[in-house]
Design a protein around this ligand. Structure first.
Ligand SMILES: Cc1cc2nc3c(=O)[nH]c(=O)nc-3n(C[C@H](O)[C@H](O)[C@H](O)COP(=O)(O)OP(=O)(O)OC[C@H]3O[C@@H](n4cnc5c(N)ncnc54)[C@H](O)[C@@H]3O)c2cc1C
Length: 307
């Protein structure tokens, strides 16, 4: 038995919950399907969201779930594993649900460099985003683990938060740095250390430095890494959405409301862009939800007036 809704939102992070809030308040029969694995789960605090700065991510999402429930939006903890062209969504539990419009807000996964210690400490003293954590670790001894020549940009950016920055070239050859890279690193006072990092040094549950394969260790208090972004876009692919390739993964082609190239399907949050912070994800979800409500209304009015 397939239950029907006006809108199904796949993903219940900031983007999906925000879309659902607008849709619920617009009296749309809405279902949120959420696997419950938000990207920022490893972090104890969420920064930079005006009026919620410092709030634990889990508390933020729990508040959002309470808010959508007030307007009759249903939320199911499940994984959407398949979708067809008529917007029938199959969940891992075997349940099928169908809707007139879809919001895909499935986020992205961070694939971390396979250096021992990085995964264990990610979100604590191994960080990726200075806007998320830079203020909290300001003026500490930073390391930056290079995994591509683009890591130079990260080293330059974090120098805004500390003047003690060491870039470990790790898998990047010194010859891969451009003349501009070398000039800017020097101007920012960033030290550059060639050689592969073997492991992180951790003492008393604190990151204290990195050890290279030649056994040299460098004392550091914080390590910035650049995870490979893996957008969770499999459902959009199944629906036949068009994508654009970026250095940070493939993201759907959208109009300014978040509408994909598949009529009736919107995307919001990190699945539509690597740089979407929580506040942007919530804004994108809101925009998608409001646009869908208007789209449904006009579609129904047009249908009724043509009869
Ligand atoms: C360690 C860390 C710290 C961060 N700190 C900050 C910060 O301080 N401030 C800030 O603004 N940003 C921060 N970010 C970025 C923040 O995580 C993202 O901006 C935000 O999570 C994007 O929201 P979203 O709704 O797009 O995705 P998510 O929050 O990742 O939510 C997506 C949801 O969709 C679910 N989902 C995925 N696929 C399916 C499926 N097939 N079926 C059902 N559900 C599915 C997931 O389980 C998840 O619950 C941080 C990121 C990391 C990694």
């Amino acid at each position: 038995m397939t239950e029907t809704y006006e809108v199904i939102v796949i993903g219940g992070g900031a983007a999906g919950l925000s879309a659902a809030l607008v849709l619920g308040r617009a009296r749309r029969r809405t279902l949120v399907v959420d696997a419950g694995e938000p990207r920022n789960a490893p972090a104890a605090h969420m920064q930079g969201y005006l009026t919620r700065d410092g709030m634990p991510p889990a508390e933020f999402l729990a508040t959002g779930r309470e808010e959508i429930a007030r307007y009759g939006v249903e939320l199911v903890r499940d994984h959407a594993v398949d979708v067809t062209g008529d917007f029938t969504v199959t969940l891992a539990s075997g349940r099928t649900v169908q809707a007139r419009r879809l919001v895909v807000a499935t986020g992205l996964k961070d694939e971390l460099p396979p250096v021992p210690g990085v995964a264990e400490r990610f979100g604590r003293d191994v960080l990726h985003c200075p806007y998320c954590h830079g203020w909290e670790v300001r003026d500490q001894a930073f390391g930056v683990l290079a995994t591509t020549p683009l890591s130079v940009h990260q080293a330059l950016m974090v120098s805004q938060w500390s003047k003690d920055v060491t870039l470990f070239l790790h898998t990047v050859g010194a010859a891969e740095l451009s003349g501009d890279d070398v000039r800017r690193l020097s101007a920012a006072g960033v030290r550059v250390v060639p050689g592969e990092v073997r492991e992180l040094v951790v003492e008393n549950d604190r990151f204290t430095g990195v050890r290279l394969t030649d056994d040299t260790t460098y004392d550091r208090e914080v390590l910035f890494v650049a995870p490979r972004a893996v957008p969770q876009n499999g459902l959009l692919e199944k629906l036949g959405a068009e994508f654009r390739e970026t250095p940070f993964g493939a993201y759907p082609v959208l109009d300014e409301t978040g509408r994909t190239t598949v009529p009736g399907v919107w995307a919001a949050g990190n699945v539509m862009g690597f740089g979407e912070q929580v506040v942007n994800a919530a804004a994108g979800g809101y925009r998608a939800g409001a646009t869908i409500n208007g789209d449904l209304l006009m579609t129904d009015l047009d249908t009724a007036s043509r009869v």
